[in-house]
Each structure stands twice: as structure tokens, then as C-alpha cells.
Design a protein around this ligand. Structure first.
Ligand SMILES: [Zn+2]
Length: 452
């Protein structure tokens, strides 16, 4: 199987892998047959295979439905010095993501169908990951006037959000939910009450006191999460809470789900991996919004992932230029890159016995497809798009930010040891990423397989 081959009449057999597809309750050694852009089906080992197919050897590897990131900042249009759609999607496929959902806080903001179409066209030109734009909730994400959701939906948006900024009032959020409901669009909220968090640069707690930095209390997030859950009940809308980071947020989502509301949420890897004491270095790559929290909040996120309260893993990939991140901690912009580190950090949870591999796939593929209603994605069922993420849970590696496919390098995970990675990424039947160590990995897997 060659990289970036033509699309027509190509049959590919992903052979000898272990298929994990929660959408079909599949957790077994199977072969996966693809033809052109679509899945033909899962075949039992030993079942007859078409003679004219190319074979991709997945011995000892996990074969999963393509991973979908609900929360990516691609920066184009307007901030191409930080990232472009081409570089961002290159980072995505290298990290195992076949699909990214692009947040609208570009310049100009994606609050109209012309910007939506531009993003889709640039993604088609790059031919790497699928890109689904998210439209702005309000014009210019200014929080005052609702954006033209219907026109953007016709152009291809899959959700609406003013991410990066909170929706300033409950009244505005109610109207946005009611309007979005008319177009069957989920509302995604960056929950943060500005009247509590304004001026804050890190989590409010003992570390913000020690370091003399202004804090953002957990309550700033929790007030808005509770507000949105109440409004989900009032309006019956689909609400998705972005990057939850606090114990109160997890508890509120758990209660909303128990009450049968259409509320979902995502978590970003840095929030379960690092705590606010990392800010002691004054490294601006520990500055993000929501901020790194204290240990008790981190434990609540782990529990939420364990018990199913947290639906999805999202990267919140937020590239910034080195010059911007070189500013004083107070002045530097919020955010870190995440597309190439998320899967490795998620494997940490599997190795620690916090979540199963099945749950990892559910949070990276099955649930994201459901939350944004991405038809024929997040599954390896017959006729689904041939989007596949192939993983080696045992691959030991060290993340080198300098080798990142992203244009930006703002990550606190440079030099971090990881175990587990995406080995190959297939988007609509095309191999768009093959790990440079693939040959070495499969050789090792053969040796292991023949030894047992
Ligand atoms: Zn956000």
C-alpha cells in the first residue's frame, strides 16, 4: 500500500489486526476490507478475500475507526504564521486524527458561509484530514447578535460555538440554543464566567498565591456549566461543553445526563496529565484556558472518563508563534498544540488501568461522531467512510516538538516519554500517514507473534 495513492477502484485489506469498533461492539481479530472511499466490511480471519486487493499488514496492531477531534484551532484564514489548514491537518494525521472540527475564531471569524466554504476548500486542497468547520454562535463571536447559522449549515458547518470566549449572558445563550435547534446544530460552549475569571492567567488556588499570579477560580467554569445545563433543560437543545476541567463541571454533566438532558462534554489531555504546580516554571507553555487545575480536579476528570460522564477526548490544539509565547507569563496568549501528543497521553490512561482500549476508541471516534452527527464516521460498519486509525499500544517514543508537523511548537510535552502511538492513518481510503518506524514495529510484532 503506497502513500497518497489514487482513489479509483482500489481495494485495500487491512490484515491480521485487532479491530476495536465500539459502534458494532467489535473487539476481535478481524480483517478490514476497504474499497475506494468506503468500508466494505469486517472479515473473519480465514474468510476468502478478493484477489485484487492490496494488503496492509496490521499484525499486532489495533485497527480503529478514524479518530475525530471535536476541538482544533487551524488558524487559517488570517493567522497563517501560527498554522495553516495544510500544516494543521498534517499534524492531525501524524497524531492519528482522520477528522478535525475547526473552531471559528479565525480572522475573519467563521460567522458566514464564505469563510466556511474557504475552510472546506483549503482542506480539500491539502487532502490530509477531513475538516468540518464549526460556525460562530454570534457575529464576530462578539456575543451580541446571532450569526447566520442556517446559511453556514448549508455551507457545511457541523456545530456552533464562540469558543475562546464565553457566551456573556444566559439570555443570549438561550436564544442561541433555540436558534441552533432549528437547524439541528449542537451548541458548543467554552464555559467561563468572565466576571469571575477576567484578568486571570492560571487556576486560582495555592499555587496562584505562591507564584503571585492572578487566578481563575474553578467556579468561573462551573457557573457557566450549570447555566448551560439548566438552559439545555429549558430549551431541549443539544449542548456540548468544551474542555471541562473542574470537578464541579463533571458533577454537573453527570447530573444532567442522569436527568436525561442532551448534554455532552469533552476533556483535553493536558487537563488530565498536568496540574497547576507546573506553572512554577513560569513556562508559558503551561498557560492555557481553562487553566491547569489542582490534583482534586484532575482526579474528578479521571473518574469522569472512567464512568462515562466524559464523552470525548479533544485536543484543543491551539498553535501560537514562538515570539508570542516568549512574552512574560501575564502577557503570553493562552493555549498549546495538541494534535500529535493526545493519543500518546491517552495511552497513559490505558497503561495505568484507568480506561480500557475500547473506551479510548469510544472517546476518540465513536462518541465524537455521534455528538456532531457526522454520518458514516466513527465506525467501521459497511459503507462508512474508509477513515481508519491504526495504533500500536506498546510503541515507546519521545515527543520531539522540533519535529512536529505543526507550524508552532508551543507544547509543555517536548521530550516527554510516551508509550503508544498511531502507526498509520487512512482518510477516505488513502494512506495519508505512515509512521517512519512502521517497518521496525511490524518486524517486532512478527517476532512476538511467532514466539507465542
Ligand atoms: Zn475553548
Amino acid at each position: 500500500m503506497k502513500q497518497g495513492q489514487p482513489d479509483q477502484g482500489v481495494k485495500i485489506l487491512i490484515a491480521n489486526g485487532y479491530v476495536i469498533d465500539p459502534s458494532q461492539q467489535t473487539n476481535a481479530g478481524k480483517n478490514l476490507l476497504l474499497e475506494d472511499e468506503r468500508v466494505v466490511g469486517l472479515l473473519d480471519r480465514g474468510e476468502a478475500i478478493p484477489s485484487d486487493c492490496q494488503v496492509f499488514d496490521a499484525t499486532g496492531l489495533i485497527v480503529a475507526p478514524g479518530f475525530i477531534d471535536l476541538h482544533t484551532h487551524l488558524r487559517e484564514p488570517g493567522q497563517e504564521y501560527k498554522e495553516t489548514i495544510a500544516t494543521g491537518t498534517a499534524a492531525a494525521v501524524a497524531g492519528g486524527w482522520t477528522t478535525v472540527c475547526a473552531m471559528p475564531n479565525t480572522d475573519p471569524v467563521n460567522d458566514n458561509p464564505a469563510v466556511t466554504r474557504f475552510i472546506i476548500e483549503q482542506a480539500e486542497r491539502a487532502r490530509l484530514a477531513n475538516v468540518f468547520p464549526i460556525g460562530a454562535l454570534t457575529k464576530g463571536s462578539g456575543g451580541k447578535e446571532l450569526a447566520e447559522m442556517g446559511e453556514m449549515k448549508a455551507a457545511g458547518i457541523v456545530a456552533v460555538s464562540d469558543d475562546g470566549r464565553p457566551v456573556p449572558s444566559a439570555g443570549m445563550m438561550r436564544r442561541a440554543m433555540e436558534y441552533a435547534q432549528g437547524f439541528d446544530l449542537p451548541v458548543v460552549d467554552h464555559c467561563q464566567d468572565d466576571s469571575l475569571s477576567k484578568g486571570g492567567v492560571m487556576h486560582e488556588g495555592c499555587w496562584s498565591m505562591v507564584l503571585g499570579l492572578r487566578g481563575m477560580p474553578a467556579a468561573a467554569e462551573e457557573v457557566d456549566v450549570l447555566r448551560d445545563c439548566l438552559l439545555a433543560r429549558l430549551t431541549g437543545s443539544r449542548v456540548h461543553l468544551a474542555h471541562v476541567s473542574t470537578s464541579g463541571a463533571v458533577a454537573a454533566v453527570r447530573a444532567a445526563k442522569e436527568a436525561g438532558l442532551s448534554v455532552s462534554c469533552e476533556v483535553a489531555p493536558h487537563h488530565w496529565t498536568l496540574t497547576d504546580d507546573a506553572v512554577e516554571s513560569y513556562d508559558t507553555n503551561t498557560k492555557m484556558s481553562p487553566p491547569l487545575r489542582s490534583r482534586d480536579h484532575l482526579e474528578a476528570l479521571l473518574e469522569g472518563m472512567r464512568d462515562g460522564t466524559i464523552d470525548a477526548i479533544a485536543t484543543d490544539h491551539a498553535p501560537h508563534h514562538a515570539d508570542e509565547k516568549a512574552l512574560e507569563f501575564d502577557e503570553a496568549p493562552f493555549g498549546i498544540t495538541g494534535l500529535e501528543t493526545a493519543v500518546g497521553l491517552a495511552f497513559d490512561l490505558v497503561h495505568q488501568g484507568i480506561i480500557s482500549l475500547e473506551r479510548l476508541v469510544e472517546m476518540c471516534a465513536t462518541n465524537p461522531a455521534r455528538i456532531f452527527s457526522l454520518q458514516q464516521r466513527g465506525t467501521l460498519a459497511k459503507d462508512a467512510y474508509a477513515d481508519v486509525t491504526i495504533l500500536d499500544p506498546e510503541y515507546a517514543w519521545v515527543f520531539d516538538a522540533a519535529a512536529s508537523k505543526s507550524k508552532s511548537r508551543n507544547t509543555p510535552f517536548n521530550g516527554r516519554k510516551m508509550t503508544g502511538a498511531a502507526v498509520a492513518t487512512i482518510v477516505r481510503g488513502r494512506l495519508v500517514f505512515l509512521h517512519p518506524d512502521y517497518g521496525r514495529i511490524t518486524k517486532l510484532k512478527y517476532r512476538e507473534a511467532s514466539a507465542t
